[in-house]
Structure formats: C-alpha cells, structure tokens
Design a protein. Structure first.
Length: 176
C-alpha cells in the first residue's frame, strides 16, 4: 500500500485526507446547523468554541489537501462522457473553493463580533474589525456558502455512486 498516488491509483495520504475531510465537513454541517438554532448563553458557549476550532482545523486540512493535490500525481480519470468529466472538474474545483471559503467567512464573522477567536486554546489574531455590519455580512455569507457546500457534496456523492465504474472503489481502496 503506497502513500503516494500513481497513474492508476490513489495513495493512502490522498484517501485519508479525503475521508477525514468528508467526515469532518459533513459532521460540521450538522453541528453548525444545530448551534445556529440555539440561543447563545454561558451554558452552551463552549459549543461555539468547538465549532470554531474544528472549522479552523478543517481549513488547515483543506490547505494541506490542496498542497498535496498540487504536488502529487493525480490518477488518470476512468473513461466517462465528456460532460461528466467537465461536471466532475467543476464540482471538485467548487468543493476546494468552498472548503476554504466556508471556514474563512466563519472566522471573519466570529472576529467581527469582537470576541476572541480561540483555536484549541490559542487566541488567534483578529482578522476583521469589530463591526456589526461585518458580523452580519460574513455570517450571512457563511450560511449561504455552507448551503452551496452541501449542494456540491450531494453532487459529488451522486456522481461517485452513479458511475459504478470503480471510481468510488478507487477512493476507498486505492484502485478500481
């Protein structure tokens, strides 16, 4: 079992990053929906801190994944109609953009509240001015982008399941 991708299979690093990110992002979509519907008080404030720390961890993993993707060989695609290949490229690009944009808008919105953003116990520098306008705008953007991310995930899963040509097996076992 190789750590590295080859021309016809995904390596262990790619697969682990993919599945850790997949589980983390899907979990965060549920967790974020849950806390978005709560009334903020001192008894549940820690949940927001966990959401921020997990979200920023996923941002770091997304950056690692992008660097890994750019620096490693990508296995050749399995044969498919041109429109499916094009749609897959658009959805993958959109997923990568959203994996960056969702946590960044959340971080900016959180910083705009004027409350420190703490990442697993470490206070991060503020990346936005304390501003109700910024807070409202970036939390709204965060909400819209999470819905777009969910739509992209559904398309991604549907495409992988529909193909039935070994695409999903390659991401699970490394080869079709």
């Amino acid at each position: 079992m190789s750590l590295w991708n080859t021309e016809d299979r995904f390596g262990l690093v790619t697969r682990v990053l993919h599945w850790v990110m997949a589980l983390g992002v899907i979990g965060m979509l549920g967790f974020g929906t849950y806390i978005a519907n709560m009334t903020v008080n001192m008894s549940n404030f820690h949940l927001y801190a966990w959401h921020k720390s997990i979200g920023l961890t996923l941002l770091l993993l997304a950056l690692v994944r992008i660097v890994w993707h750019l620096g490693s060989r990508v296995p050749k695609s399995l044969p498919a109609p041109k429109w499916q290949e094009a749609l897959a490229r658009v959805v993958h690009f959109g997923l990568f953009l959203l994996l960056l944009a969702v946590p960044l808008t959340g971080w900016i919105a959180s910083a705009a509240t004027g409350i420190d953003v703490v990442f697993w116990g470490v206070t991060l520098p503020s990346i936005a001015p304390a501003s109700e306008a910024w807070e409202d705008a970036f939390f709204a953007a965060h909400g819209v982008l999470t819905k777009l991310l969910l739509a992209a995930i559904v398309l991604h899963i549907a495409g992988a399941v529909k193909r039935r040509d070994g695409t999903l097996r390659r991401m699970v076992r490394g080869q079709a």
